[in-house]
Design a protein around this ligand. Sequence first.
Ligand code: SAH
Ligand code: MG
Length: 214
Amino acid sequence: MLSSQIVLDQGLLTAAAEAEGFMPADEGRALAEAALAAPPGPILEVGSYLGKSTLYLAAAARARGGKVVTVDHHRGSEEHQPGWEYHDPGLVDPAVGKIDTLPGFRRTIALAGAEDVVVAVVARAEEFAALWSTPLALLFLDGSHTDESARRDLDSWTPHLAAGGVLAIHDVFPDPADGGQAPYRIYRTALDSGDYTELTGRGSLRLLRRHPVS
Ligand code: SAH
Ligand code: MG
């Protein structure tokens, strides 16, 4: 079958659009299409949260006959903590006194019927990167948006991106009035490295293809 005939799993795209989280439908679809067109290998996501973007990537993984690996410590980013803009009190585990998005994530993936294509890892992304060695088809960075952690995600994971693989970065806002600058800064760092060619992005989603080895 020609790759142009492989199509995204529609049921998973619909489930993704209906899931709770932070991924507009047009950006999610662009992410899934980029994953569909990526070279062979697993897809890896940093920042699972409640599984919304994971399902967009799962729609591509299902079509590719592959897997999406998603890593999150499930304790939330800075903006999810009590007193911050995106805090949801319903996500706090009262016994532990901390946010726990893992039960909600599992529910999302199970109800969408995506458990067979999603490999979930509960860990700090940078610690998991040190244990990883398979070249990645697509790396999606959507974890914490402080400068320090965004840079750590870039530095710890991009060495695992395959030649010709796609680096996807979310929440890139060139104008500070539109949002935090950490994702924009790592996007610039990647682009300025000369290792990538920019593909057509969507909204705050940027897509960069690592140069194939010549
Ligand atoms: N992709 C999600 C949104 C991710 S929100 C969606 O589609 O809705 C960012 C997530 O990154 C949070 O769940 C937070 O727990 C996680 N995170 C933040 N820092 C992390 C780190 N160092 N390692 C792993 N996960 C991290
Ligand atoms: Mg995001």
